[in-house]
Design a protein around this ligand. Sequence first.
Ligand code: FPP
Length: 249
Amino acid sequence: MEKRGNDTRRSAPEGATPRHVAIIMDGNGRWAKRRGMPRTFGHKAGVEALRAVIRHADARGIEALTIYAFSQENWKRSAEEVGALMGLLLEYFTRELDELHRENVRILILGDIDGMPAGLERQQRALRDAMARTRNNTGLKLNIALNYGGRQEIVRAAQRLCERVARGELSPQAVDSAAFENELYTAGLPPVDLLIRTSGELRLSNFLLYQLAYAEFYVTDTLWPDFDADALDRAIDAYAKRERRFGGV
Ligand code: FPP
């Protein structure tokens, strides 16, 4: 098929800003180790980096930012590290929510809030409150993947569709990609244009397996706590130079 100059779905023209950016924030532990500090020190620095990146993504006019905060597999880490991360999470929502709300940011949690282990009721409440309070905001769509797994999300969507079919709301023939996407945590969000992974690892780690089908990947050796506004600009610049073909030629 001929490539048409005005078909924005097919290419990212020079200077284009991605609508939806997803980030695997990796390298907090190594950042701390290099400084002879405990891993939790790296996570604290990671929250500071996140704050700056959210602000800059908003300023750059990015429509949706999806960050990988805690996977379903991360519960395997030491009780100390999990406890510290859950503490940071609670602190983050307690301290930042007012400002995020003022900035018109809409928060969506991607993942199984109900399935979080016992003892994290305050975190569960904070996450639900953040979503409820910001649900009508029209600015940056900030999506935080938490107790999230890409495979689990796909299986959950399949189950939900089966339930709808069993209830007679949907015929099996009506199960198409649009119906499927509607059952994902990301329903209603634009497709992911750019995936950024810090700390140089070349894997997906069970993140947004469905949604990344046509995303451009950008991997940097920068460890997450060192990732800042300039680093985000560099990733966006690299994206803008890519030619996206979506399977065409
Ligand atoms: C990966 O680094 C990072 C994480 C598993 C946690 C990411 C979380 C934050 C940046 C802060 C918490 C989030 C919120 C929303 C408050 P790693 O520990 O795997 O680093 P390593 O690969 O160097 O060991």
